[in-house]
Design a protein around this ligand. Structure first.
Ligand code: SF4
Length: 358
């Protein structure tokens, strides 16, 4: 597994003001460019603690390719000897879809960048416009093609719940992104952060944020679909920071420090619910899954166990790790029957489709 050395260059290079963006609060940094000494010291520290694992340096936040070229070189140049020696395996950066062209992609490739993450947020032009993004879905298609032709991998970031968005539009955006074949996906359900245009809209009653329940359900559907398409989802929900967790920073929206766990637990609940629904009231049930999946099956604060027992009247006797199962498989044993389920099986339309079609 790769060790990532993260540098947050919040808002640097960005000429825009998206309605939701307050990068200072989100990333917990004040937009400083790290100098050569800081870069090399941090890489060395991560290498020491990472053992023999490959090292990737990541410049997150900001709009890397909108920085003056001299600044981009200042960030990439110190890493060149480390790339040659193998001490750093690769570099990843993030930027906007309208800040990528052929020359830029070739420059990045020449400087050892392997992955470019694009802040796409939505593939619905009206959502992008209402969110002040300043680019259209066509820019995403162009950027994906340019990056691929330059031999770079590219990652996608989506933000369900923006102004003008709906669950159906978010799922349609995901489908269009999957068709462009990114190498990874991050899903950040929209949050209302203080001191942003979105906060003003929210306070005026002009924006309705996702609830926690809707956010979890929608992100579950997106995770499920992306996983079916073999697109790795490498992050769901914002990384907690001291600034983000401070009272009054997140005004509304589905923020939880363990958001991904909530989403994966919900997926497990839906699968288990379908498996146990035929058993009679009081039936003792044993559940087996991969050991890495046990906490998702139990649910946050045992919520899945309680909901299964309340909804179906069963009694969960045990939830045990089974080495032979993959992280997607679950077995339910009861009444002398053994039922197998797979987390990537199609979701029960009765539970699911009415919501997504809305
Ligand atoms: S493009 Fe990125 S950094 Fe710039 S305002 Fe929008 S979200 Fe923030």
């Amino acid at each position: 597994m790769t060790v990532t050395v993260p540098f947050f260059i919040s808002h640097l290079g960005c000429p825009h003001q998206c309605v939701f963006c307050n990068q200072m609060e989100i990333a917990g940094t004040k937009g400083q460019m790290p100098g050569q000494t800081e870069i090399l010291t941090k890489v060395a520290a991560y290498r020491r603690s990472g053992g023999c694992r490959p090292v990737q340096v990541a410049y997150f936040g900001g709009t890397f390719t909108a920085l003056p070229r001299a600044d981009q070189e200042r960030l990439l140049q110190p890493l060149q000897p480390l790339l040659v020696s193998g001490e750093v395996e690769s570099i990843r950066i993030s930027t906007r879809p309208d800040c990528v062209d052929v020359e830029t992609a070739q420059f990045l490739r020449g400087m050892g960048v392997r992955v470019v993450e694009l802040g796409i947020q939505s593939m619905a032009d009206e959502v992008l416009e209402m969110s002040g993004r300043g680019h259209a879905a066509a820019h995403v298609e162009r950027a994906a093609s340019v990056l691929r032709q330059a031999g770079l991998l590219w990652g996608a970031q989506l933000m369900p719940g923006l102004p003008g968005d709906s669950p159906a539009k978010a799922m349609a955006s995901l489908e269009r992104v999957i068709a462009l074949e990114p190498s990874c996906l991050r899903i950040y359900p929209t949050l209302v952060i203080k001191d942003t245009p979105l906060a003003s809209l929210f306070e005026q009653g002009l924006y309705e944020p996702l609830t926690m329940e809707t956010g979890i359900c929608l992100c579950m559907a997106m995770l499920h679909r992306a996983s079916q398409a073999r697109l790795p989802v490498i992050r769901m929900g914002l990384q907690p920071t001291v600034e983000l967790d401070a009272a009054g920073t997140v005004l509304a929206g589905p923020y939880h420090p363990a958001f991904r766990c909530l989403v994966e637990s919900e997926l497990c609940f839906r699968l288990l619910s379908g498996l146990v629904k035929g058993f009679g009231v009081g039936t003792p049930v044993r559940i087996a899954c991969a050991s890495g999946r046990i906490s998702n099956v139990i649910g946050h604060k045992r919520s899945n166990v309680e909901r299964l027992e309340q909804k179906h009247g069963i009694k969960v006797l045990s939830i045990q790790g089974e080495p032979a199962l993959s992280v997607f498989e679950v077995i339910v044993e009861a009444d002398g029957k053994k039922l197998r389920g797979h987390l990537l099986d199609d979701l029960d339309p009765g539970q699911f489709l009415p919501f997504i079609r809305s």
